[in-house]
Design a protein around this ligand. Structure first.
Ligand code: NG6
Ligand code: CA
Length: 509
């Protein structure tokens, strides 16, 4: 071979590899990584060992945190599921829109179909998009609907190419999976009906037949309507016997569907919203996890969800796409122990503190309600570390739109801020301020203000402090993350300034 031909071969291979890596590698990796949001249900700030839990160990999530960026100041907008998910999907504070509180299982869709959503932004940018898991944002145009036909609009009409969901919560009927708008294993000879007003069909209820229950409902919580799989639910359901899920299988079913979607789309950018049901009630781990944590089923399902995260990262490794995949791990609201069933979460807690150092929990205006685990991992792009930047899930739509270079009109996602630099660890600057719960509390810098109201200050059923008080509350989160010292009388000007800012922002829109 002559020197000249060696030289030609060399340049040819340089050019070829350049052509190969530029479009597929660089461009894809920088602007279009795969994105997986792993969204847990009711997981608290203190529920993971990487956030300081000592009674429970979550090695797979800890590994994500170790190799990625762990946020100490990451928030949901709200202390319950539906409003937090509404904000995540739309980029709008939920309190700006009526009807965004916790939905019954037969509610109509609350996400507008004519606006940009988080998944529709990915879809517009050429991603394959999917949701696998809990939905809880309503289905169809009205409460009355035929569950035996295609039910729409739903996830497929607001930006998801593929959906495999359950409609509401694990404790609400209908207890069925739906794939692209249709009940999985529906049977026309055994039609499904759902009613939240009155009993229908002949299924026994938890109220009349507690002897049939494998897990008793907590008194006064009312999880005593139709019994499915030995568990009393909220709401009544008849028919669809073959379609009803077995709780022990739910996480495995979602995992398989998530893995299949990842595998099918490994060669192109995909967006997966993987919305786990753990550790929401009814907590019913798969058999291999029952008893594993020694903390009761709540601990067991946290171990199971940690295992699930490991299965997903293993799948990415196996497919060779780990480096090109951004994982976001978070939760929709803070933790609760007794949320309706006698599952030993309280009696076996063994010193475990699900909200960590925070006050309150699910349903609460205190930080325990809305400050949640938030971990971002993207090997090679996000430098491992810890970030104290103030960020919120409502920011994901604006941040990803910036990453995708796909602007959104101002009326869409009005409350979402581009926090991409903070989320990727390129900046330590977070939001200026964040409004939370029903628009009644605000964080600015390290100050938190909760406006006075006359609602109950303590939620007896769940044993949670709600954060409500007839007098103004002001906390210095930098020195008092547990919101123990109300400084409102000490700093009246600060109270006035934050109250005025809250009023002004509330009035917008
Ligand atoms: C509450 C339920 C609770 C849970 C919650 C929704 C009662 C007494 N409690 O109303 O069990 O289902 O709604 O949780 O009905 S969330 O995480 O989806 O917001
Ligand atoms: Ca929740």
């Amino acid at each position: 071979m002559t020197n000249q031909s060696i030289l030609i071969m060399f340049f040819r291979s340089v050019i070829l590899s350049f052509l190969y890596f530029l479009p597929l590698g660089l461009a894809a990796q920088i602007n279009k990584p795969n994105v997986i949001i792993i969204y847990t249900d009711d997981l608290g700030y203190g529920d993971l060992s990487c956030y300081g839990a000592t009674r429970i160990s979550t090695p797979n999530i800890d590994k994500l945190a170790k190799e990625g960026l762990r946020f100490t100041n990451g928030h949901t907008t709200s202390a319950t599921c539906t409003p937090s998910r509404y904000a995540l999907m739309t980029g709008q504070y939920p309190w700006r829109k009526k009807g965004t509180a916790v939905l019954p299982g037969d509610a109509a869709l609350i996400i507008p179909t004519n606006r940009a959503t988080l998944p529709s932004q990915f879809k517009k940018s050429g991603y394959q998009t999917a949701i696998v898991g809990k939905w809880h944002l309503g289905l169809g145009d009205s409460v009355e609907k035929n569950w035996n036909n295609e039910v729409k609009p739903g996830p497929n009409q607001v930006g998801f190419d593929y959906s495999f969901i359950f409609p509401a919560t694990a404790d609400r009927v209908p207890t069925v999976f739906m794939e692209n708008g249709r009940v999985v294993a529906a049977d026309s000879t055994d039609p499904i009906a759902v009613n939240y007003q009155k009993q229908i069909g002949t299924d026994p209820t938890g109220k009349d037949h507690p002897e049939l229950l494998k897990m008793q409902a907590s008194p006064e919580h009312g999880h005593n309507n139709t019994i499915v799989n030995g568990i009393g639910r909220i709401g009544y359901m008849s028919g669809g016997i073959k379609a009803r899920w077995v709780d022990e299988e739910v996480p495995l079913t979602f995992l398989e569907k998530a893995k299949a979607f990842i595998e099918q789309n490994k060669a192109q950018p995909f967006f997966l919203f993987y919305a786990l049901t753990e550790p929401h009630v009814p907590r019913m781990p798969s058999t291999i996890f029952k008893g594993k944590s020694q903390l009761g089923y709540r601990g067991d399902v946290i171990l199971q969800l940690d295992w699930t995260v490991g299965e997903i990262t293993k799948q990415l490794d196996y497919l060779g796409i780990t480096k090109n995949t951004l994982i976001i791990f978070s939760s929709d609201n803070g933790p609760v122990l007794d949320d309706g069933y006698q599952d030993e979460a309280v009696t076996k807690r063994n010193g475990h503190t699900p909200a960590g150092p925070l006050r309150g929990g699910k349903y609460s205006a205190f930080e325990g309600g809305t400050r949640v685990p938030l971990i971002l991992s993207w090997p090679g792009v996000i430098k491992p570390g810890i970030s104290d930047a103030l960020v919120c899930q409502v920011d994901l739509i604006a941040s990803f739109s910036a990453m995708l270079k796909l602007p959104i009109v101002a009326e869409d996602a009005p409350d979402s801020k581009n926090m991409l630099p903070a989320l990727l660890g390129k900046s330590t600057t977070g939001r200026d301020y964040l409004i939370k719960q029903y628009g009644g509390s605000i964080i600015q810098d390290h100050w938190k203000y909760i406006e006075p109201n006359n609602f109950e200050s303590y939620h007896t059923l769940t044993d949670i402090e709600t954060g409500n008080s007839p007098t103004a509350q002001l906390y210095d989160l930098k020195h008092d993350i547990g919101e123990k010292n109300n400084l409102a009388t000490k700093y009246p000007e600060k109270v006035q300034a934050l109250a005025a800012l809250l009023r002004k922002l509330n009035a917008e829109n």
